[in-house]
Design a protein around this ligand. Structure first.
Ligand code: ASP
Length: 378
């Protein structure tokens, strides 16, 4: 009799234990995504992810990595980076003012950065380990999720334009290598020889990276180099743009030479839809920069979009979670510019610095080159 009543109690006890075990986990999982909300109510330690700006119609970045430091950046260098970002914003602004699409605006902005030797895209791209240049770029249209990309091109002056042509003139999303170079030429894009991309600064970076790997201070390219520069150097690299146009259509584009001393044939996140670039009307347009391998594994920009669409986050909370939590857990640093359809911009970065700028609907241009200027950084 006593035995039978014990047996009857057993399932009840088991259920109680299960509930006790599940409760903290449940409350954790409902609190976690709302780290921002928890902080807002004073319950959590996570700072509230705040947007960088509102009323933004176009934003650009010039890569994440070791910061430009006020104390050792002369006025000319600071101006050169600010001008580079501002020129890109002006190029995109002209398109938008003329009634052009967000796709055309991000292409124009990124082309301007590709033509600027300060940035690691187009002219000024970093070197591969065998002293060549292989460039990656992508573009995505938020209205219908159309996308185009090129990887490992060696002779295209403006890879972002090749990416747009892939999107608009082929049934494919990504063309790589010689086929992509040939496609670009066939479609009338200017071709260049490899020496076009050459800059002394990138050559010096390659030499330094090789010296570091010879002396054993650079155990792995993917860990030691970010922003297209060997760690310890101040220049940034990869470029990207996000925009919303008069029809409320979003677009994003990213372009890069990749990482200094990368293996020949290595492809990073920049040409991969959902990793380096993503745009979806109603959620976000995002362009990433940082450790490409981690951004690929973490599906950085599509995750950001999903967190907005399915996770109920606003753009600042979603971008913060991707950069500071999800990618950080995978061991990667970098940043992202993320534009919501209502013009809210987030620009978090876990790297020491990220170069970026934005244009507001009333025509104001803002550039950020020093870490102390950024609100949503580390
Ligand atoms: N994400 C780029 C790549 O891995 C590098 C960068 O953003 O600096 O190719």
């Amino acid at each position: 009799m006593r035995m039978r009543s014990r047996l009857r109690i057993l399932p009840v006890l088991t259920a109680l234990v299960a509930v006790a075990v599940a409760l903290p986990a449940l409350s954790q999982s409902s609190a976690r995504p709302e780290g921002a909300a928890a902080a807002a109510t004073g319950r959590g330690r996570v700072p509230v992810p705040r947007p960088e700006a509102t009323e933004v119609v176009l934003a650009v970045h010039g890569g994440a990595g070791t910061a430009l430091r006020r104390e050792d950046t002369d006025a000319r260098t600071e101006k050169a980076y600010r001008d580079g970002l501002a020129d890109a914003l002006r190029a995109g602004r002209k398109v938008l003012r003329d009634g052009g699409s967000s796709v055309a605006a991000v292409e124009a902005a990124v082309r301007s950065l590709e033509d600027n030797p300060l940035f690691n895209a187009g002219k000024g791209a970093v070197f591969t380990e065998d002293a060549g240049h292989e460039l990656d770029a992508s573009v995505m249209r938020g209205s219908d999720l159309a996308a185009g990309a090129v990887a490992g091109v060696r002779h295209v002056r403006n890879p972002v334009s090749a990416a747009r042509l892939v999107m608009e003139r082929t049934p494919h999303v990504l063309l790589a290598g010689e086929g992509a170079d040939a496609f670009a030429v066939r479609n009338g894009l200017p071709a260049v020889t490899q020496d076009y991309y050459w800059t002394q600064a990138r050559w010096d970076s390659l030499m330094k990276a090789k010296e570091q790997s010879r002396s054993g201070t650079s155990p792995s390219a993917s860990r030691q180099i970010v922003g297209g520069q060997a760690v310890g150097e101040s220049a940034m690299g990869t470029v990207g743009a996000v925009a919303v146009d008069g029809k409320h259509d979003l677009a994003a584009a990213t372009s890069t030479g990749g990482m200094t001393n990368k293996m020949a044939g290595r492809v990073g996140d920049s040409p991969l839809v959902g990793a380096g670039t993503y745009a979806k009307n109603g959620t976000v347009a995002a362009s990433a920069t940082g450790h490409g391998e981690v951004f690929i594994r973490g599906a950085a920009t599509s995750t950001l979009s999903h967190l907005v669409e399915f996770g109920g986050r606003d753009v600042a909370a979603a971008a913060h979670e991707v950069v500071h939590e999800r990618l950080a857990r995978l061991g990667g640093t970098g940043g992202v510019i993320a534009l919501a359809p209502d013009g809210t911009l987030a620009a978090p970065h876990s790297s020491e610095g990220m170069l970026y700028g934005y244009l507001t609907a009333d025509g104001k241009l803002v550039t950020k080159v020093f870490p102390d200027e950024t609100r949503t950084g580390r």
